[in-house]
Design a protein around this ligand. Structure first.
Ligand SMILES: [Zn+2]
Length: 222
């Protein structure tokens, strides 16, 4: 058993706890939570924080003195008291399995049996999923191949379901989540020994770099 090393950011976990993530991003976080006790704890703490704030901000539910006490505590110590920095803890990785949430959307648990569609980018196949909000898709990067260099129009959350990839951000393996802001430009390259399959949720389309990539973007459909 090895470790999950890359997690959603604290801001992402808090947004998930508050129910304010678009469905495409919430799906990726939900899949990661199945395998990551550390982030489940973070979400629980965020929910408790939210519930505490609701109580504190409701004049009928709490005396003003108690309310001020809660608010003062939040003011002094912020959310950091509730959400701990990610630590390197031993957690179980998915053994090539499909997360339960995703199984519900796919209606099956065999990634190889899915109707993968070729894209114009060499070595890149995809399946566009419909989660009702935002853009979510499965990406399959052939072993040893690179995705086109791209950044993002908004937030992107990517969870590795099988294999692994490397980019300028780091090395990502099964269960890891890349939580990237729109300013991050990267070019994931799949490990050489097997295809890398990822679940990618976005709240805005990818932005490819270079005239050729921009030209093919509408054709690739990404
Ligand atoms: Zn995690």
């Amino acid at each position: 058993m090895s470790q999950i090393e890359h997690h959603p950011t604290q801001e992402t976990l808090l947004s998930y706890a508050a129910g304010s993530l678009p469905a495409s991003l919430a799906l990726v976080v939900g899949c990661h939570l199945q395998y990551c006790q550390q982030c489940r704890s973070g979400v629980s703490a965020g929910e408790a924080l939210g519930a505490g704030l609701m109580v504190a901000l409701s004049p009928q539910a709490l005396s003003s003195r108690a309310r001020e006490s809660v608010l003062a505590r939040l003011d002094e110590q912020g959310a950091d008291e509730f959400i701990q920095e990610p630590k390197s803890v031993l957690v179980s990785r998915p053994q090539g399995s499909v997360p339960r949430l995703l199984q519900g959307l796919l209606q099956q648990d065999n990634l190889d049996a899915l109707p993968w569609k070729r894209t114009i980018a060499p070595g890149l196949k995809q399946i566009v999923l419909n989660c009702g909000e935002g853009d979510v898709r499965l990406l399959r990067i052939s072993a040893g191949k690179k995705m086109p260099v791209h950044s993002h129009g908004g937030s992107e959350l990517t969870m590795i379901l099988r294999g692994g990839y490397s980019d300028n951000v780091g090395k990502f393996n099964m269960g890891d989540v890349a939580d990237l802001e729109s300013s991050v430009e990267h070019q994931p390259m799949a490990d050489s020994d097997e295809d890398c399959i990822c679940l990618a949720g976005m709240d805005a389309p990818l932005v490819f770099k270079g005239w050729l990539a921009r030209l093919i973007q509408p054709i690739v459909g990404m």
